[in-house]
Design a protein around this ligand. Sequence first.
Ligand code: PLP
Length: 372
Amino acid sequence: MIPFLNIAKINQRHESLLSNAFQEVFQSGWYILGSKVEQFEKEFANYCNVKHCIGVANGLDALILILEAYKEMGNLKNGDEVLVPSNTYIASILAITRAGLTPVLVEPDIHTYLLDPFKLKEKISPKTKALLPVHLYGKVCQMDAINTIAKENGLKVIEDCAQSHGALFHEKKCGSLGDAAGFSFYPGKNLGALGDAGAVTTNDDALAGTIKALRNYGSKIKYENLYCGFNSRLDELQAALLSVKLPFLDADNQYRRNVAQFYHNHIHNPHITLPCKKAEQISNSKDHVWHLFVVRVENREGFQQYLAKNGIQTVIHYPIPPHKQKAYSHFSSLSLPVSEKIHREVISLPISPVIESKDYETVCQVINAYQP
Ligand SMILES: *Cc1c(COP(=O)(O)O)cnc(C)c1O
C-alpha cells in the first residue's frame, strides 16, 4: 500500500536529534513555559520574519486567542462579523464562533480553492470587523487584494496558516502578511510536532502581550489575573522537538514542490482536474508548499475505490462543507454551490517529504489508466 502520509517515517529521519531533545527536557525537570518555548518562539518568529511568536496548545486555540485578544483590546466585540472561506477546515469557523463572533461564509475561487477577493468584498457589511483568509492546501491567498479591502474598510486580517508553513506571497512569508496569524503544528502538518501544538505570529506588540497573558490564565505576573484567560500553552517538550524539525522545513517543502511538479507533468487523464493551471506554472515556485495535492473527479467514490484496489491510499479534505455540518445547522439553508461542488469532488493524493519516487510514479500510472 502506498500510504497517504507516513508520519512515523517523517520523524524517524530525525530520531537521534529528537531523542536528544527529549532527554534534555526530561532531565531539566522544567516542562511548561521555559527556555525551550522561548527559543522556539524566537526561531519561528525569525523564520516568518515577524517580531513576535507566541507558542500555544494547538492551531484552533491560536485563532481563538487572536480573536479573544482583539476583544480584550476593544477591537472586536460579541456579534461582530468575520468573513471566512466556506470551504475551509471546520477549525477556522469554530474559532470564530468560540470567540462569540459571527462567521460569514464566502465562496472560494473554484480554480485555487482560496478566498475570492471579489466575493469577499460583496459580503462586507457594517458589522464586518475582520477577515480570516485560509491558505488552504499550502497556497497563500491573494493577500494584496485582501489587505487592500481590509484597509478600505478598517478590518483586521487574521491569516489561518495551519496548512502553509513557509509559503510565500511576493517573497514574504505567510504569517507576516496580515495583522496576526495562527499556525498549527499538528503531526500531519508541514511542520508537525509529536502531539498537539500551535503558535500565533504578529508584529503587533500589544496583541502579542495580550495573547501571552491569555494563554496563561490571563496572567502576566504569577497569580495576578488581568483577563479571564485560558490554559493554552505550548509544552516545553513539543517546543524542543519543533526546534529540531524547523531547520528541515524548507527542504521538506521543496521536496513537496518536486512531487507536485511531477504530478502536474505526468498525470494526464481528462477525468481528473489537477490543481489550477496557474498552480501548475508555479508548482515549483516557493509560493506553494503543497500541504495537500488535491484533485477533483466527478465519480469520487469510484475513483477512490479504484485507487485503493491498486494500492494507493487517499483522503478527502473535506467530505462535508461546514454549512452542512450538524454543528452549524443554522447554516444549512445557505446556497454555496462552489463549496458544495468542491466538497463533492475533491480527493487528496499521497504527498509528503518522504514519499519515494517509485511510489509517486505509480500514482501517476494508475491514475492515467483510470476510466470511470
Ligand atoms: C489543522 C487546521 C487547524 C487547526 O489546527 P489544530 O492544531 O488541529 O487545532 C485550523 N485551520 C486549518 C485550515 C487547519 O488545517
